[in-house]
Design a binder for this molecule. Structure first.
Ligand SMILES: Nc1ncnc2c1ncn2[C@@H]1O[C@H](COP(=O)(O)OP(=O)(O)O[C@H]2O[C@H](CO)[C@@H](O)[C@H](O)[C@H]2O)[C@@H](O)[C@H]1O
Length: 633
């Protein structure tokens, strides 16, 4: 067992009503919330070096103690920590928040490398709240994470509930067939009336999957919109979700027992951001949820749920809490002279009121505190740096394993890659490309939007197509980009394919059949496709940002006495020249360094990407959250 040090988390006292600024890019048509595309630039970011630390005996620092209105709660949490042999209660202190944060990251790394036993020593009632959950509803990585991390935590002995909407005509409505009506109706007062929500429940893989039912979730389309664009009432739909999620642990007797009011909530992205606000403003004033904590998990800071200030009174949050969600645009972003720029920002509300904040990689945890990556929230997040951590996502190994993947024509393992050759040939056939094992096949999978950088592919394609290579792009979103993919397909008939749409089976086949996966993301909180690619022996070539920089080790053919090291390539800055230079290097290695390539594939395939590794780190953060008192104004 690794020596795990706990530190005092004294990052509270963030001013409610802090004014922060952001610019809205109104072209956001894919997922709801607002995007701050033009403010995000991470390519040149460098992380600070780890600073030396001073250790002092276990104690709680004075600043936190004076803010603690409930010392009893704090004491019992600490006592339970002391009783837990999973951790050593050595509190470590550094005056500098950046140093404290670096120290926490080191602890999490140590923990991930440790050989923990399967069952957690301290068990929690955990409630995930998310707008999407795979396989029931998925438009991207948020769904993947909320569909698999809860299972890993349940396998470690925790009682885990996941609350998300029951999208009857969404992506996969028949997926909800296994969920039954709990016969429990809850009134939610918001948006000028009382809405009745119902709960459906399925117990699967050790997890209570709870689906909130309301007519606003029944319409056709994705969780966020349809062919006409983003739904106009998403603020209402996700406000309902948050209210319902706060009620679920109290009212649903799942397996005979409610979860009760001692839970750890994990609120994912802006859609779940009212959860910590409601816990603090609505429940704790009545003595409910005083033993609970809420962790905000940021998968994508660019979507914040910004709406006009006048909508605040609709949210069912007490009037005096307006400051928590208050958001003021800078003058240059206002529409006219009378526009005061006043808005509410759901994600900001959660940054202020949650007990701890997580992001899905360590690199991104730091980037969001910088002006380039903070999407206007960097100062506020910086003020909470002492409670921010990054935990790299895992991979659902049941879904994403080349040896068992049901979508592939052939299976393979790190020890025998013959099946991968078959997968490549089958993919080339499926796409109508010449079936040639010798030609490098390059893939791109992802939403066609600013974040994922499909325009970088567009910029580089003409140069790439001068060589003897093949490329396939899978994605949907920006209609101009979709049209361009079709144009490119007609223009480079024997070399390029553009698959417009969302298809999980095709994504699996591209991941397995390609030699190289290109990811020119402008920013990437974690990124799952590079993890899937490495697991499938496909080499990632990616922009060095966020989780991509954290998870891809650059190839060095000369390291380890010529055995080589690394699992792919990353490039910086995000420019056509840097991307193409990197891609040419990868193509050269594919053609001329076959043995080195095979060893690189092997290293990627053998990497431990399991969720168990991340689950251990989540547990540590839950324990840290329990040390401090809950947020209270
Ligand atoms: N057209 C298509 N057809 C089929 N499948 C498709 C598809 N387009 C995308 N996908 C799939 O959707 C998932 C997307 O994963 P990403 O990591 O890119 O997440 P995303 O950016 O949505 O979410 C955010 O949350 C996740 C999870 O935390 C972070 O990894 C990420 O950096 C952050 O931006 C992958 O499983 C991918 O295969």
């Amino acid at each position: 067992m690794a020596a795990v040090q706990l530190m005092s988390c004294c990052g509270r006292g963030v001013a409610v009503g802090t004014t922060v600024y952001k610019r809205i890019d109104s072209s956001d048509g894919l997922s709801s919330g607002s995007r701050v595309a033009s403010l995000v630039r991470t390519s040149s970011l460098k992380r600070p070096a780890i600073a030396p630390l001073v250790q002092v005996p276990a104690r709680r620092d004075a600043a936190s103690l004076t803010q603690s209105s409930r010392n009893g709660v704090w004491c019992s949490a600490v006592e339970s920590m002391a009783a837990s042999p999973a951790t050593e209660n050595t509190l470590t202190f550094s005056a500098n928040p950046a140093e404290r944060n670096e120290m926490q990251e080191q602890m999490l790394k140590d923990l991930a490398d440790s050989d923990e036993t399967k069952r957690a020593k301290t068990l929690f009632n955990i409630v995930f709240v998310s707008a999407e959950v795979a396989p029931y509803s998925k438009t991207g990585g948020l769904g993947d994470v909320c569909g698999s991390l809860p299972i890993a935590l349940a396998q470690r002995g925790h009682r885990v509930m996941v609350v998300s909407p029951r999208y009857m005509n969404g992506v996969t409505d028949d997926m909800f067939e296994g969920a039954f009506d709990c016969q429990c109706r809850v009134p939610v007062t918001c948006f000028g009336g009382t809405q009745e929500v119902a709960f459906f429940h399925e117990f699967r893989a050790g997890v209570d999957w709870v689906f909130v039912d309301h007519p606003s979730y029944h319409r056709q389309g994705t969780p966020y919109g349809d062919t006409r664009g983003t739904f106009g009432d998403n603020q209402f739909r996700f406000t309902l979700l948050c209210h319902a999620a706060c009620e679920a642990p109290l009212v649903l007797a799942l397996g005979g027992y409610t979860y009760g009011d001692k839970c750890v909530f994990v609120a994912n992205d802006w859609h779940a951001s009212l959860v910590p606000v409601l816990l603090a403003s609505k429940y704790r004033r009545h003595g409910v949820y005083v033993n609970s904590r809420c962790i905000l998990n940021i998968h994508n800071l660019a979507h914040q749920g910004v709406e006009p200030a006048t909508t605040y009174s609709n949210l069912g949050v007490p009037q005096e809490w307006y400051g928590a969600l208050e958001w003021v645009f800078p003058e240059w972003a206002r529409l006219h002279a009378l526009d005061k720029g006043e808005a509410v920002n759901h994600l900001k509300g959660a940054v202020v009121t949650s007990d701890r904040i997580l992001t899905v990689s360590q690199g991104y945890a730091w980037e969001i505190t910088t002006p380039e990556g903070g999407c206007g929230l960097d100062k506020l997040l910086g003020s909470r740096a002492a409670v921010i951590n990054g935990i790299t996502n895992g991979v659902d190994v049941d879904d994403w394993s080349p040896s068992t993947d049901r979508f592939l024509p052939a299976s393979y393992t790190a020890g025998d890659l013959a099946g991968k050759v078959e997968c490549k040939a089958a993919l080339q056939r499926e796409l109508g490309l010449p079936v040639r094992p010798d030609v490098p096949l390059i893939g791109f999978i992802g939403r066609l939007d600013y974040q994922k950088g499909p325009d970088m592919v567009q910029e580089g394609l003409a140069e790439l197509m001068t060589d003897d290579v093949q490329m396939v792009m899978l994605g949907s979103g920006d209609t101009e980009m979709e049209k361009w993919m079709k144009w490119a397909e007609n223009h480079y008939t024997d070399k390029f394919r553009g698959w417009v749409g969302f298809s999980v089976p095709v994504a699996h086949r591209i991941t397995a059949g390609c030699d190289i996966l290109l990811m020119p993301s402008r920013f990437e909180p974690c990124g799952l496709n590079q993890l899937y690619a490495m697991r499938y022996g496909t080499i990632p070539v990616a922009h060095a940002t966020g989780g991509l920089r954290d998870t891809i080790d650059n190839y060095n053919p000369d390291a380890n006495n010529g055995q080589g090291s690394g699992t792919g390539w990353t490039f910086s800055p995000l420019s056509k020249a840097a991307m193409m230079g990197c891609l040419w290097g990868a193509i050269f290695a594919f053609r001329n360094d076959k043995e080195g390539w095979a060893r690189m594939q092997m290293r990627g395939m053998e990497k431990d990407m399991s969720w168990t590794r991340s689950a251990l780190q989540y547990e540590q953060v839950f324990e840290w959250a329990m040390i401090d008192p809950p947020y209270a104004a």
